[in-house]
Design a protein around this ligand. Structure first.
Ligand code: MEV
Length: 315
């Protein structure tokens, strides 16, 4: 049996625009998607948490196993600390944990195969969602902080191209930040939200300009991170949130949580695909912001960042 786990993530800047090759910054958080995978002795077909694996219920598992596993039937047990469809990258963490387990079951090691795992996990997300960027899968594989940029910079890991877009994937140093996440409790459908932004982007120049502006703002965010300038980071987060609202992925409940957090925060924005899902705030008063989010009807939690990436856990 192999036990693996991968971190969830929050996107600090650049969601949606990154699908078009614009930059983004994502941070791994300590909530993890854990998995036990073992060969299924004497059984036919794969099992997930005791149920037969189906495309309807286990799309990421099925895609990954059909494309990247040539061994016998598997028995997979999951245990996730990341709420599904919350904007915190649970499907990417699921996929990288599974891909890591498949590598280890085939006699390889996660550490030797990280780049391949990240690439295959991205291909899986892309295959299942229709269109995606490698943000979530790179962060789940590598942990800590990840910058996707338009060209090579310090900390370059690898380069990815897909569907007419390309990304240079980097490690990025992140100062200790107090991040509070507020989950609306409303599950956003990433594939549908990405498709909605695409329709807008294809038909409207203003949407194209907004996507490009998010990219520029994200690179300003890199400078603010490097300088440890939290006030600047906060301002940029507020502006990024406004641009995401223009792209049509905000939600009234998300907006309520963002407004509740702002009086005690440097900045706040939706994170991930939106349409529900979660928001994040950067603050010196995490307990106070968590309470404000709760009072506004959200489910808060104080996120610890700089979490390690995909790993094999003790048997
Ligand atoms: C989802 O966490 C982030 C999006 O930008 C989609 C993607 O990058 O694949 C909305």
């Amino acid at each position: 049996m192999v036990r693996t786990s991968s971190p969830g993530k929050v996107i600090l800047f650049g969601e949606h625009a990154v699908v078009y090759g614009e930059p983004a910054i994502a941070l791994a958080v300590t909530s993890r998607f854990k998995m036990n995978v073992r060969p299924r002795a004497g059984g036919k077909g794969h099992l997930v948490d005791g149920h037969r694996m189906t495309a309807a219920h286990h799309s990421y598992f099925k895609y990954a196993v059909e494309n990247y596993w040539d061994g016998g039937p598997l028995d997979i047990a999951t245990d996730s600390e990341i709420p599904s469809s919350s904007g915190m990258g649970s499907s990417a963490a699921l996929t990288t944990s599974l891909m890591g387990a498949l590598v280890e079951l085939s006699g390889g090691t996660i550490d030797d195969e990280r780049e391949r795992i990240a690439r295959q996990s991205f291909a899986t997300e892309y295959g299942v969602q229709g269109r995606a960027s490698p943000t979530d899968t790179s962060t789940a594989t590598m942990g800590m902080g990840i910058l996707l940029a338009k060209g090579p910079m310090d900390g370059l890991l690898w380069h990815v191209e897909r569907g007419g877009a390309e990304w240079y994937i980097h490690r990025v140093d992140v100062p200790q930040l107090n991040i509070v996440v507020g989950f609306t409790g409303i599950k956003g459908n990433t594939g549908e939200l990405v498709a909605k932004v695409r329709r807008f982007w294809e038909s409207n120049n203003f949407a194209k300009e907004t996507v490009a502006d998010i990219g520029k703002l994200t690179m300003e965010g890199v400078e603010a991170l490097n300088a440890g300038d939290v006030e600047r980071l906060g301002e940029l987060m507020d502006r990024n949130h406004q641009m995401l609202s223009i792209l049509g992925v905000n939600h009234p409940k998300l907006q309520r949580l963002v407004e509740a957090a702002r009086p005690h925060s440097y900045g706040a924005k939706l994170t991930g695909a939106g349409g529900g899902g979660s928001m994040i705030a950067i603050t010196d008063e995490p307990e106070r912001v968590a309470k404000a989010i709760q009072d506004a009807g959200g489910r808060p939690f104080i996120a610890e960042i700089r979490a390690p990436g995909l790993r094999r856990d003790g048997d």
